[in-house]
Design a protein around this ligand. Structure first.
Ligand SMILES: [Zn+2]
Length: 316
């Protein structure tokens, strides 16, 4: 809870990864990574977080290695290794950031009122594995599913995702889908194309009761920040069931988004603790929230962005 102009405002962060996402140990002063998350939330004034599983699979790198020839060449222009060493590096990074539903559930168990679990489904897994994940998402009482079209090598409109969307619509699970580029090779245009907001428009039309949150205002990119901001604005404005989160982007884009489409479609997200510039593991949650508080938008707008909209989206 934070207070703006004597008004108590509930803060819900819709885009949070576990503190140990990069597998660093628990810093001194915390009993556990789960305890650390709650302490960081308390420090920042964050009431609830959606904590995201992350289903990336290093086997997808091998299966899709042909796709890497062009981007590896591109990346070598900005400094890189040999083809093989780059692939191995990405595979080990995938292993480090992978998080299962069980990993997330440990945090939920620590404080189920404040930590809302989101599963993650890599649509390239077998039908059986996908079913098993959906079963766990239900068993653990999770409220959403995180999709990563870039690292999962899958376009949101791919028909293999239909059973996932049908299930999510029926069970009222939110789909949180990455939009924009991703670090390293995923800045290469062919590689981030699947994460364009326009693909989610097609999903939203096919599943009108499915709630979709497009992450990062369509804008995440180190090389071309704001890459699909305009497309994102249009897609969110035209579809009642598409929202977009504020994580890992320049706060100025959040201000522009409010001016462009209003605050009803915008939800607060931090991407804690993975995007160092915006939200590191130690003070990131606090700084990220302050960036929103400092914005030149009305208190009503802040109240909606920081919690009110997410509360509606997440309600059963
Ligand atoms: Zn994220």
């Amino acid at each position: 809870m934070i207070i703006i102009e004597d008004r108590e405002i509930e803060v819900i962060d819709i885009h949070v990864h576990p503190p140990d996402t990069l597998m660093d140990p628990v810093p001194p002063g915390f009993d556990s990574v789960e305890g650390e998350l709650i302490a960081r939330m308390d420090e920042a004034g964050v009431d609830r977080v959606a904590l995201l599983a992350f289903d990336v699979d290093k086997n997808d790198i091998v299966a899709n290695q042909d796709l890497f020839y062009k981007p590896v060449r591109y990346t070598r222009n900005i400094g890189g290794g040999t083809f093989g060493s780059i692939l191995i590096e990405i595979m080990s990074w995938f292993d480090r950031v992978y998080r299962s539903e069980e990993d997330i559930n440990k945090y939920v168990k620590k404080d189920s009122k404040r930590v809302i679990g989101f599963g993650s489904i890599n649509p390239k897994r077998s039908e059986e594995e996908v079913k098993e994940k959906l079963r766990k998402i239900k068993e653990f009482g999770f409220k959403g599913i995180k999709m990563i079209p870039t690292f999962q090598f899958c376009n949101p409109t791919d028909e293999c995702l239909n059973p996932v969307y049908e299930y999510a619509q029926k069970e009222k699970l939110v789909i949180l889908s990455h939009t924009g580029c991703d670090p390293g090779l995923w800045e290469y245009p062919d590689f981030c194309e699947d994460a364009r907001p326009i693909h989610l428009a097609e999903v939203a039309e096919k599943y009108p009761r499915l709630k979709i949150v497009a992450a990062h205002l369509g804008s995440y990119s180190a090389e071309n920040p704001g890459i699909w901001f305009e497309e994102m604005m249009q897609v969110a404005a035209e579809h009642d069931n598409i929202y977009t989160d504020t994580s890992a982007v320049d706060p100025e884009l959040v201000r522009r988004a409010v001016a462009r489409i209003g605050s009803d479609k915008i939800v607060y997200g931090s991407d804690y603790p993975v995007v160092l510039t915006y939200c590191d593991r130690t003070v990131g949650m606090l700084l990220n929230l302050n960036n929103i508080l400092k914005l030149d938008v009305s208190t009503d707008d802040k109240e909606k962005i920081l919690g009110k909209n997410a509360k509606n989206i997440l309600k059963p």
